[in-house]
Write a protein that binds this ligand. Sequence first.
Ligand SMILES: NC(=O)c1ccc[n+]([C@@H]2O[C@H](COP(=O)([O-])OP(=O)(O)OC[C@H]3O[C@@H](n4cnc5c(N)ncnc54)[C@H](OP(=O)(O)O)[C@@H]3O)[C@@H](O)[C@H]2O)c1
Length: 325
Amino acid sequence: MQYTRLGSSDLKVSVIGIGAWQAGFKSWGKGYTREDLINSYRYAFENGINFIDTAEIYGYGKSEEIVGEAIKGYNDIVVATKVSGFRTSEDDIIKAAERSIRRLGVREIDLYQLHWPNPIYIDICKVIKRMEKTISEGYVRYIGLSNFTFKLLRKAYECTRKYDIISNQIQYSLVYRGYEIDLIPFMKRFKIGLIAYSPLGKGVLAGKTKPTSTAQRTSTIFHKASKDTILREKLEELSIKYGVTKAAVALRWIVDKGGIPIPGVKKIRHIDSILEAIKLRLREKDLKVLDEITSKYRENIETYPLIRFIPGTLQKVVFRLLGGL
Ligand SMILES: NC(=O)c1ccc[n+]([C@@H]2O[C@H](COP(=O)([O-])OP(=O)(O)OC[C@H]3O[C@@H](n4cnc5c(N)ncnc54)[C@H](OP(=O)(O)O)[C@@H]3O)[C@@H](O)[C@H]2O)c1
């Protein structure tokens, strides 16, 4: 197994982790069970993968509960969860951390990430200070952010007083490369770890072309990339050449770029692809070709997180009615 340090922290994590949004059962269709997930997560742990990502909003706590059950009996799993961006007061953030700790069944959260930036009418420094408080109060070991674009991350970084922001979880894959322009160089410079979400473009980079779940149906990236025959053929060719799945090639490309992908898994065979990716060594010339044929995806303009314009109270009500994501 290959491990790496997460950002400036002393957390030692496998170079590829697991995403547990699928354990919320809201957005990812049917055809898999709680047992499938727990068996897959444990199979991953048995094989040395020690990093798992969840969030309070995934099925409004359901994903955290399933992760909590899966990690029972394992002492060395690094668990990352997220507090929703609509939580901005100290009381709300601390209470959310307490609930996550209870559902996960852990003593403290290894990495607590702010899931998305706070609404515009709230001072970002105040929120960062409250995130820092989760460490000083003993709920959390490290804090991280998610969906912070370059300017927002720079601002948040300047706000920290006592603790480092050790990571920023962002969308990053062969078909989503816009952040390479300014955000990723900034993160590298200040040792802020890159946790790459939707590393398979929500399944399209594993070879899927027809969406079967809400998460895929609503993804513009999925639709765009499913029509990219040049990329599909190249992934097919490389998967045959190296004797691995297309998913493994797509994940390895991220690792070679310095990111830690967290593919969303449902089945044991998905974990096998991760294990293949960890062992895989792509040749320099193949990496270069992948870079070239996906350079058009660097043109994704870094969009301002629009959710910042929706009042936190309204966000809360909507997510409550939806029963999470
Ligand atoms: N911070 C954020 O705002 C944010 C946003 C999105 C995701 N995330 C995190 O990132 C994780 C991953 O992102 P994601 O779930 O959006 O997208 P993803 O990992 O790119 O895609 C997941 C989907 O890919 C398919 N898949 C996975 N492994 C496969 C394999 N080896 N072979 C074939 N198909 C495979 C499955 O599709 P089928 O369902 O069709 O089987 C799975 O549901 C999430 O679980 C979550 O933890 C965070």
